[in-house]
Ligand binder design. Sequence first.
Ligand code: GLU
Length: 237
Amino acid sequence: MNTVVRTRIPPSPTGENLHIGNVYAALINYVFAKKHNGQFIVRIEDTDRTRFVEGSEDRILDSLEWLGIAPDESTRVGGPYAPYRQSDRLPYYQKYAEELIQKNHAYYCFCTLEELTVMKEEQRKAGKIPRYDGRCKKLDSNESLKRKTAGEKCVVRLQVPDTGVTTYHDVIRGDISFENALIDHQVLLKSDGFPTYHLGVVVDDHLMQISHVIRAEEWISSMPKQLLLYTYLGWEI
Ligand code: GLU
């Protein structure tokens, strides 16, 4: 293989112990990297502050060490792409969220939790799949910026094309396509300035030069949003 192989696991410090699914993903990422003389990275995805568990990060790293799956780069051993904890990397996500807004690939959304609840309830009643209906996408961008600057609470959402399909090649499953019309206008940056998983994972996998993403297939459904981000930011998938 010509590429420098760099694999990763990005566990979230949200539980008492390292999840067995993370151990499995770690093992596969580790052996794949080692087989190709590459590096295995552990990045801590601690952006969901409501689920954060004190001490969990240490237990994750201790458990991996105990299992002999030692990362080449992590919050504990450092590395050339530090910091490896997402809460220490907020300026990166904010920068790329701004870039997406400027390129019209993302927009500010001012909807309150109550509005979103009503929206989804109505969609459910109408037999539709509940998803954000794009109402803030229609706002004038100068107007949105003014509201944001004035301190109104908002999030940044992904612009999703109304038509067409997003396709990618999965090494195990082959080509997988998603109807754009069914992709949710994902929140990328929350009102607390923290990214959601989708923005964080794309920005960091790119900046940390991850060559192969090996993860459980429950993440396949996240791919279209992440692919759109790669395309919008002009990055190689
Ligand atoms: N934080 C996710 C997990 O712990 C990472 C998914 C991924 O590998 O992109 O499973």
